[in-house]
Design a protein around this ligand. Sequence first.
Ligand SMILES: [Fe+2]
Ligand SMILES: [Fe+2]
Length: 192
Amino acid sequence: MSVMSFDTPRHANNGSSPTAERLELDTGALEAAKHSLEKGAVTPGYGPWREDIIKLLNDALATEIVCTLRYKRHHFTAKGLASPKIAEEFLVHANEETAHGDMLAERIVQLGGEPDYTPDTLTGRSHADYDDSLDLQAMIRANLIAERVAIEAYQQMIRLIGDKDSTTRRILESILSQEQEHADELSDWLTD
Ligand SMILES: [Fe+2]
Ligand SMILES: [Fe+2]
């Protein structure tokens, strides 16, 4: 390993070190990108994890759909309860979970996959649970648990993807920050 030294060098170095790492593009990969046009945005340098990432995104999509359904259910059933403000906020969350699902589905298609909206298997693939509580505090608690599960899942996905796919990672990071806002709001409403 060559160590940068700001002292006077002991040996004259009249050229670049043979061990120095160069920052150069892989021109072979640039050439390969001109082929396989049917793969759209997925170039040969993408790596072997495309299928795994699509699976992670589809499980997250299922989670977002179940979260949308749970918040919609809570919005309409909480409307007659004491706190219309919280009922309205459940609708805001429902719409944001739908938007998260749309972002995931769009990325799945960009990666050459198919977004899985199969209703029969949704709850089995979702990380978070559906809930049909009738009590407002029970709803808040169920939503907070679901948000915390979603936060944990997105954090794990972000760590797994690392620098393998920076576009997907940025999408997941933006969703994660909104799930953290949801959890923060819900915890403020929890009375015990
Ligand atoms: Fe979400
Ligand atoms: Fe959320």
